[in-house]
Design a protein around this ligand. Structure first.
Ligand SMILES: Cc1ncc(COP(=O)(O)O)c(C=O)c1O
Length: 367
């Protein structure tokens, strides 16, 4: 067989969960809930589903490769110009474009241990050297990340908030960090859960872009906007950087239906507010339930919680799966005794807690 370039051998293909239908068939259960991928349990905005239906008759046409209207709406929404924006097939696509455009094999890329997995994937893809910096309290240690910069550093990825820990870096930490980063290093703040954050010391990073720093922000329609299945994400960066990314981007990387749905979703502020409130209520419910059970967790700024289960997270996830609750074991992130659970509807959260109690008891009895 033809050998791929050496760095590709080190990449583990993404392990997707089984489709819900397959879990239903295998375990003979019907009421399955998926709390494994940090999707919005309220679903998409009704305005988005309407736009999807309306644009369905147009799918014989290629999408607008420049996403003219979506960029215009987003620019207005964010308060920037269209030249600061690039659309992606999900924000993962934008992260990969950044890597492909900027990271060469001789470069170093800094990210945190326990940070979102894509930074490691794209670093390997580019055959570059990963400089993985330990977290402090499951949180990006920006001071240590700044101290890890060398003259080979090209890109630093920061997930804020981070998946799977749910933790965030503050405005002060970010300001101190940015003072230390030389301007020939590109800083990428991945803000996939931006709209869920409620802490007031969360950094607004747009000024770094507008100052013309080598700074990129990625955000997405997959999370609070409930459009994960359509794959629409975007990057915000200085125009010169966007121009470079556009050279790497496939011309039609953001689908026609995705663009239409994202525009509609952006207009539905009620749905966003409802989703935020819903998430906060679910979060409080789950914190309480975990406290009652004596289980340790990290307070989250996202729509998911890292929960320590006091035993193998993989075993607990497997036992829950058999009861029809899909959660994510996160041993691969360095947390073998934890699972990541998405905050669901009230009914889903209640079922999760009920089944978690039974699954934990059963597993303890087995051991
Ligand atoms: C921190 C973080 N960044 C980026 C993404 C990618 O999302 P998408 O490609 O759907 O925009 C995710 C998805 O889970 C995430 O958790």
């Amino acid at each position: 067989m033809l050998k791929p370039k050496p760095s590709i051998d080190t990449i583990q293909p993404y392990q997707g969960g089984k489709p819900i239908e397959e879990v239903q068939r295998e375990f003979g259960i019907t009421d399955i809930i998926k709390l494994a991928s940090n999707e919005n349990p309220l679903g998409p905005s009704p305005l988005a589903t309407q736009a999807i239906a309306e644009s369905a008759t147009q799918v014989h046409l290629y999408p607008d490769g420049n996403a003219y209207y979506l960029k215009r709406d987003l620019a207005q929404h964010i308060g920037i110009s269209e030249e600061h924006l690039i659309l992606g097939n999900g924000s993962n696509d934008v992260l990969q474009l950044i890597a492909e455009a900027y990271i060469a094999p001789e470069d170093e890329v800094i990210y945190a241990a326990g940070a979102f997995v894509v930074y490691s994937l794209v670093t390997k893809l580019c055959s570059a050297t990963a400089v993985v910096v330990p977290m402090q309290n499951d949180t990006h240690d920006l001071a240590a990340m700044a101290a890890a910069i060398t003259d080979k550093t090209k890109v630093i990825f920061v997930a804020n908030p981070n998946n799977p820990t749910g933790t965030m870096v503050t405005v002060d930490e970010t300001a101190a960090f940015m003072e230390q980063v030389p301007n020939d290093v590109l800083v990428v703040f991945d803000e996939a859960y931006y709209e869920y954050v409620s802490r007031s010391d969360y950094p607004q990073t747009l000024p770094y872009v507008l100052e013309g720093r080598n700074f990129a922000i990625t955000r997405t329609f997959s999370k609070i906007y409930g459009l994960a299945g359509l794959r629409v994400g975007y990057g915000i960066a200085p125009p010169a950087l966007i121009e470079t990314l556009n050279r790497v981007r496939q011309p039609f990387n953001c689908s026609l239906i995705g663009q239409a749905a994202a525009r509609a979703a952006l207009k539905d502020t009620d749905h966003v507010v409802k989703s935020q409130e819903h998430n906060n209520i679910g979060k409080a419910f789950l914190y309480n339930a975990f406290d009652d059970l004596g289980l340790r967790y990290r307070e989250t700024e996202g729509n998911f919680i890292m929960l320590h289960v006091g035993q193998s997270g993989a075993d607990v996830a497997d036992a829950l799966l058999r009861k029809g609750v899909i959660v994510r074991p996160i041993a691969g992130y360095g947390y073998p005794d934890a699972v990541r659970v998405t905050i669901g509807t009230q009914q889903e959260n209640e079922k999760f807690i009920r089944d978690l109690k039974v699954a934990s008891r059963q597993l303890s009895a087995i051991r």
